[in-house]
Each structure stands twice: as C-alpha cells, then as structure tokens.
Design a protein around this ligand. Structure first.
Ligand code: PEP
Ligand code: MG
Length: 865
C-alpha cells in the first residue's frame, strides 16, 4: 500500500505484521496530503480520525498525551511513496512541555535525557513548524558550552539544558511574537500541517524534478510512539544495510552512535562507530538486529536500509526500505540475488537504473599516475572528478553556469545544498560518515563523493581550506577519488573504465531479453573497436565529415577538403576529390575490418561547407590588417579570394541551409566520390574474405526526388565498382529521416530507401523549430524549469511531437516496404526513456555513442521485459 501509506508507512505496517519490534503508531495517507495541497488545511473528518487514532495509541502504550506523570511522546515523520531522503521534515519528542519534561525526568529517572530531549524538540519544532533557523539555537547552545569550557554536547548536564530551555523559548517568543506552544495536541496538529507543507518546499521540488517524481504523489505522515536512543550508554541509534551500499558485497554494514537520537547519525554531527563495534558493546542486540535484517532482506528480496534505535537495551526497528546504492553496487546486488535464487533475471534487469550506470562507464584515476594527495577521507561514492573548489552551493551554480567544472567543498551537506550538488562534478566534506547526507545523495546521483575528510580545515568565510599547512582557495583545482577517498591537488589523469564481471553477466542477460538491436555511432576504427568491446552489434552512424578533418583527427585533410571547396572549376575540384577518395577508402576499409561481420551504416557528407573554412570575422580582420600594413600582395590576394568564397557560402540559417543531401544534389561529384570510396573498400574487404555489406545513408532528405536521384547514382557507382574490381557484394541504400516532410511522406521515400534511420537531433530541431545549437542556452533550460516542457527534448525524445513524427514515418514506411529496417541514430538512441519509446514503435535498432552502448543494452532489455 505504498501509494497510499507512503514507503515508510507501508513498510512500518508490514514490519508490524511480520511481528518485528516496531513502536506503535498510525499513518495519515497521501490522499490527505493531496487534499491538503488544494485546501491548505485538514478537514474535520481527518482531524476526528487523528484524535481517534491518538486515543488508540495512548491506550496501547498505557501513556497519555500531555500527562503529568506518564506522558506519551511521538515522532512525526514524512514518508512519500517514492523515497526522498532528507527532503521533507521530521519532528521528534513531540508532546514535551514544561510539565511533561519533569514527568519524563521522573519516569525515566534520567533528568539529563529529559531536558536534552526537550531542548531538541523545541529546536526541531521551531525550525520545521515555525521556520526559525537552526543556527539561532546552535548559537545559544555553543554559548553555554563555551561558558563551561565544554567542547562536546555530551558534556552538558541536566542543569545546563534546564538553563538553555528558557533561552530557547524566549528566542521563539521574540521571533514569532507568541510563546512556544505547550499543548501537545496543538503541537501535533501543527506538526502534521508542517509535514504536508514541506511536500512543496524548494528542496523537495528540486529533488522531484531531478528524480522525475510526479508532483501529485504527495507524502504520508507517520505518527509513532518515540523510542529513545539517548537514554544513556545502554541506548543507541543507527542505520544499517544488509549489503554494502558502495560495493554491493554481501556484508552487514552500517554505523551507529551510542546515547544519541536518529538525526545525529544522518546529520553527520558526530562521527559514528561502524556497526561491528555494536557486537562488542551490546552483543545480544547486535545478534537480534543482524537476524531481523536478514529476515527483512529475505522478505523484500532486496538490499534493505534499516534505521534502528536501542532504548535501554531493547531494540526497535524504526524504518526499513530498499537501500540506496551506488550504480556498481546495484549491479552486483542484482546479479548476486539471481545467483542466490531470490529473484529472476528479468527482475535483476529492472533493478538497475540505466541512467545511473552511465557514470561507472566513465573514467577513473589512472593507477599509474603520480598524485599529490592532500588528504584521505571516506570513499562515499565512486568515480573520479576534477574541478575548481567552491565552498557554497550558490557559487557552485554560478561558476558551473559559466562553464566551469566545480567540486563543492562543505563541512557537511544538508538538503539546502542540493542545487549546488546537482551542478558539481563531485562533493567533498570534512565531516560525516558513510550514511551522511552528502554520501547518500551523491550515491543516488552517481556522482563522486568523499566525506568525513577531517584533515581539511574549512573556512567558509575566507572561501578556503587548509590541510597540512597548505592553503587551497576557491578557484584552485582539486580532484577527488570516490573509490579511494583521496583528495588530490590539481587535475588528474584518468583511464577508461572496465566492465566488472557482474556487469558483463547482467548485460548478457539483457541481451537475452531485449528485442531491439544496439549499434554505435562511431567514426574511427578506434571508436568502432571500443563500441564492440561494449557490445555494439554494428555501426548505426558513421559521420564522414569527421574524416575530413573536423573534430580534431587528421588536420591535414582539412587542407584537401578546402581545396575541394575552393576549387575554381570542375577540374580542380575533381583533383581534390581524388585525393579525398583515397583517404576515405582507407578509413572505410579500417572501419569495416574493425566491425566485421557486423553492419556499418555510412552517412554521406552532412554539414554546411563553410564549416570547413576559416571563420569569416577572423579572416576579414586578417585582410584588413594586411591592407593596412601594405603587406605581401600575393598573400593579400589569396586571403581576399578566400574571404570572398567564405562570404559566398555563408548563410543566415546554415542548419536549415545548404547541407545534407542538398550538397549531394548540387555537387554530385562529392557524394559520388564518397560512395565510390565506400564500395571500393567493401570490395577489398570481401576479396580478403570478410563479409561486408555497406549501408549507404543519405542525410536530410525531405523530398522523394532527392532520394530517387541519389539512389540512382549510388546503384550506378556500385555497378561500376563491381565491374572494375570483379568483386560482387551486397549493399543497402537508405536515408535519414530528419525533417517533418520526410516523416509525413515516408511512404514515397520508402520506395527508394531500404532503411530509415531517424536523425532525432535534426528532427527535434525541425519539428519544434528550435535551433539545436542555441535553444538550450537561450530559453530551453527555462522552459524546462517552468514546466513549459517536461524535459529537454534534445535529451529525451518529445513523444507527443517528435515521437509522433517517428511513429507516422514508421507506419508509412512499413506500408510501402514491409521489410524496411528502422533505426535511430540521434542522441536519443542512448537515452533510456527514449529507448522505451523506440521499442514501443517497433524500431529494429538504436544507435548511440560507444560509452552508452551498455546503457542502451540494459534499457532495451527493460523496454522489452
Ligand atoms: C541527427 O540529426 O539526429 C543526426 C544523427 O545527425 P547529426 O547529429 O550529425 O546532424
Ligand atoms: Mg542530422
């Protein structure tokens, strides 16, 4: 009943039913929250039900709310259907007032505990319900500690807390103009309202947006009798996991604090003990906890994250849920659970989030690198990251917005830091443990994180930290290694990731389940080999312009490409093309060989030609300077000539201009050269015993006549090459579908195309009329922020519009040519949500960058499962 009771409520109910020691309580449903979001109040019926549930709880506990001898205290905690750790509010020790605190002190014979609980309650309630900043209370607490020469909270005694409480109350009264509420029932109602309010707080909104959690889910509120972990040294509170959430290894893992309340562990204020330490201090409790955790894991068939409290030697389970884990751990746990016979392969596939495993496919620090290690903290979330230090989340957002890579450094993080964490490459904290906020959130985001690095002394005001006498300031580059916990000065060299054996196993299962093919976008033999290693079953897009010197490879080719473009007549152009043909034939040969026997789709030249020429403005300046200086006349003439050409080719809207097959229509000799190079390479490969069937792809077709003309040329060149070489080979001719006109006339186009490959980058640009180069920076980010669009359509396919185009084209294409092959090679081919859509319209394959191939294999399996 997770949707109605929230994750926490449902699991508490279930643990109670199984017979685990759970403090009694009741849950107010998410339905009430949804209602609350419109009316901003609780209905009389709900209030009546709360009173009834409270009465039942009092009866069960044998304690009464506000009772002067045996008072009931409760916790009030949020719990949404989808876990949102730390995003919403919690209040503990509710029910305390000037009278019940005395009763609690007497009943427990522990005045220190009672007064400490009371001041905690005032602090928490005032923060959550009354909106008074925690630092105001911290200041009072610190002042008292200083007065007595104490450094730790634990040194404060009952009389100290007794003196602190009136100051807390005075602070509240001064701030809100009313005294702190003394009536427990009024406290409860206010707390419930506040939890419902917190559903909509900014940090929860940000969290929901990042994690794509619907606004309409709402949160439940759990009201539960308190169990106290701060009643002395025979009490404790902690968090544990049934498997290691970082590595996935099957071991009992976690940490706890003796004589403390729950929030102390998560907030990272004191550094906790590892759970193994509990075995020494409270062996019986440890055994009971261990067994209950095993029971819960078997029951839920997944790794559990459990919160517990020990009150005077008695164990209480406060919460259990499927534990957050690193991407690496999610794979290991899923595979181990299949091997232990607990879940099926399909379930394992569905347990791993493809979006997250993207991260582990990214580089780690080169083990051979010499590192200038500044300090070592706890390795909280794996991956390596370098960037400039920033010390607050707003600065992180600002610098990241200016294009800088940043590492956010904080003493510890809280939910208020989320926006900074989102834009950072990695997170470093000087305090806190493996279950601190920074650790949990980074792990969830799949970002590198090092926590509890106590050697670094952070000065937030001065925006710097010192470590072993060295000072690192805002703007200095550091690196963190979330696999070892190292903090390193400067940037670090990185190496490509390797797939773990478990990951390989999981991907083999994915391959058994998926029905769509997965290919890679690759332009070089090296990329092709990497793609194969990651399991690509062919190349879905080889962008030939990248072989013309674009993108950094082969700068010498740029010169020849320019010769081709600047040729004064056909003869000159043919001479340049001849040089290019030889180079391209070599490229294609190597790529075919690297992929053999898998298919390779080669796309003919696509970008506007001016992209191969120097920048118009730079050139104009050079010409002006030469003129002014009266320099070399020949050089000036040459530059002027070049500038004239550049101006002649320049367009107002180059991406809507003279590019793609339009080039092939107007300069057929360019495409003919490329097609010839492809077929000559194919002939050579086949002669050498490989089985190569090239797929020639014409870009940006929008009119059937374009493709008819180009198909005719392609077939003619194929015949010629077969005749010349005496080698026959199979090949295919197809087109990209990248403009709406192609999509809606796909039946005509399919008469000439043996395959379609959806170029969803251009198709998104042309369907929306959004420039793919400018829209994101100019307005699209805001569109997403303001929910004009649910998502950036260049990242995840817009199903309603662009997706509709794809659907129409598939349908029309299949009608005209039932055996037509349908693929996608835009960026969406590696996006899990888009892959789900492509499965639903029945594409034959998706094609994406080599690093995303494993993600696509997994996502395709999930889509098919
Ligand atoms: C596309 O438009 O989706 C595509 C794959 O081609 P390019 O990104 O090279 O324009
Ligand atoms: Mg395109």
């Amino acid at each position: 009943m997770r949707m109605l009771l929230g994750g926490k409520g449902a699991n508490l109910a279930e643990m109670t039913v199984i017979g685990l020691p759970v403090p009694p309580g009741f849950t107010i449903t998410t339905e009430v929250c949804r209602e609350y979001q419109t009316t901003k109040s609780l209905t009389p019926e709900v209030i009546e039900q709360i009173d009834a549930a409270l009465a039942a709880l009092e009866k069960k506990m044998g304690k009464r709310f506000g009772d002067a001898t045996n008072p009931l205290l409760v916790s009030v905690r949020s719990g949404a259907p989808v876990s949102m750790p730390g995003m919403m509010d919690t209040i503990l020790n509710l029910g305390l007032n000037d009278e019940t605190v005395e009763a609690l002190a007497r009943a427990t014979n522990n005045p220190r505990f009672a007064w400490d609980s009371y001041r905690r309650f005032i602090q928490m309630f005032s923060n959550v319900v009354l909106g008074i900043g925690l630092h105001n209370f911290e200041a009072i607490l610190d002042e008292h500690k200083k007065r007595h020469g104490f450094t730790q909270d634990i040194e404060l005694q009952a009389e100290h807390f007794k003196a602190i409480v009136p100051e807390y109350k005075a602070l509240v009264e001064k701030t809100i103009g009313k005294p702190f509420p003394m009536d427990p029932r009024a406290q409860l109602m206010a707390a419930i309202n506040a939890v419902f309010e917190s559903w909509d707080n900014p940090r929860a909104q940000v969290y929901r947006r990042i994690n794509k959690i619907p606004e309409t889910l709402g949160t439940a509120v759990n009201v539960q009798a308190m169990a106290f972990g701060n009643m002395g040294d025979d009490s404790a509170t902690g968090v544990c996991f049934t498997r290691n959430p970082n590595s996935g290894v099957k071991e009992f893992y976690g940490e706890y604090l003796p004589n403390a309340q729950g929030e102390d562990v998560v907030a990272g204020i004191r550094t906790p003990y590892p759970i193994s330490h509990l075995k020494e201090t409270m062996p019986e409790v440890y055994d009971q906890l261990f067994n209950l955790c095993e029971l819960l894991e078997s029951h839920y068939k997944d790794m559990q994250d459990i919160e517990f409290t020990v009150e005077r030697g008695k164990l209480y389970m406060l919460q259990c849920r499927a534990g957050k884990r690193t991407p690496v751990a999610s794979i290991k746990i899923a595979v181990d659970l299949v091997n232990e016979g607990k879940i099926s392969k399909e379930q394992a596939i569905l347990r791993v989030e493809p979006d997250k495993i993207n991260n582990i496919l990214h580089p780690a620090i080169d083990p051979k690198a010499k590192l200038d290690i500044l300090a070592t903290g706890l390795a909280a979330s794996p991956g390596a990251a370098s960037g400039v230090c920033v010390f607050d989340p707003d600065r992180a957002v600002k610098l990241a917005g200016e294009g800088q890579k940043v590492i956010m450094v904080r003493p510890e993080t809280s939910p208020d830091d989320i926006h900074g964490m989102v834009v950072s490459q990695g997170i470093l904290t000087s305090r806190g443990g493996m279950t601190s906020h920074a650790a949990i959130v980074s792990r969830g985001m799949g970002k590198p994180c090092v926590v509890g690095c106590e050697a670094i002394k952070i000065d937030l005001e001065a925006r710097q930290f010192t470590v072993n006498g060295r000072v690192i300031r805002e703007g200095d580059v550091i690196s963190i290694d979330g696999a070892t916990g190292n903090v390193i000065a400067g940037a670090v060299p990185v190496v490509d990731p390797e797939l773990s054996p478990e990951f390989r196993t999981l991907l083999t299962w994915a391959d058994e389940i998926r029905t769509m093919g997965v290919r890679a976008n690759a332009d070089t033999p090296q990329d092709a080999l990497r793609a194969r290693e990651f399991g690509a079953e062919g190349i879905g897009l080889c962008r030939t312009e990248h072989m013309f010197g674009q993108g950094g490879h082969h700068p010498e080719r740029m010169v020849v490409a320019r010769e081709m473009i600047l040729a004064e007549d056909k003869e000159e152009r043919m001479a340049a093309l001849e040089k290019l043909r030889v180079m391209q034939r070599e490229d294609f040969y190597e790529i075919f060989k690297a992929m053999d026997p898998h298919p390779v789709t080669i796309r003919l030249l696509d970008p506007p030609l001016h992209e191969f020429l120097p920048d118009e403005e730079d050139l104009a300046i050079e010409v002006a300077l030469l003129r002014a200086k009266g320099g070399n006349a020949e050089e000036l003439r040459e530059k002027e000539n070049l500038l004239r050409k550049v101006r002649a080719l320049s367009e107002m809207n180059p991406m809507l201009g003279f590019r793609g097959c339009r080039l092939g229509m107007i300069y057929p000799e360019i495409y003919e050269m490329q097609v010839r190079a492809i077929f000559e390479a194919a002939a050579q490969c086949n002669k050498e015993g490989m089985k190569v069937e090239p797929e020639v792809m014409h870009p940006l077709v929008g009119i059937v006549t374009e493709l008819a003309f180009l198909r005719e040329m392609t077939d003619r060149v194929a015949r010629e090459v077969m005749e010349e070489t005496g080698v026959t080979f199979k090949y295919m001719v197809g087109t990209m579908i990248e403009v709406p006109r192609a999509a809606v006339t796909a039946d005509e186009i399919a008469e000439h195309a043996q395959f379609f490959s959806f170029g969803t980058n251009d198709l998104t640009q042309t369907t929306f009329g959004f420039s793919r180069d400018d829209a994101e920076g100019k307005f699209l980010a805001q569109y997403v922020e303001r929910k004009v669009l649910p998502e950036n359509p260049f990242v995840s396919i817009d199903r309603k519009g662009v997706g509709k185009m794809v659907e129409i084209a598939c349908e029309l294409g299949r009608k005209a040519r039932p055996e037509i092959k349908l693929g996608v090679c835009g960026e969406h081919g590696g996006d899990p949500a888009s892959i789900e859509f492509f499965q639903s319209v029945g594409l034959t394959y998706v094609s994406c960058s080599p690093y995303r191939v494993p993600v696509a294999r997994l996502a395709a399996a999930q889509a098919a499962a």
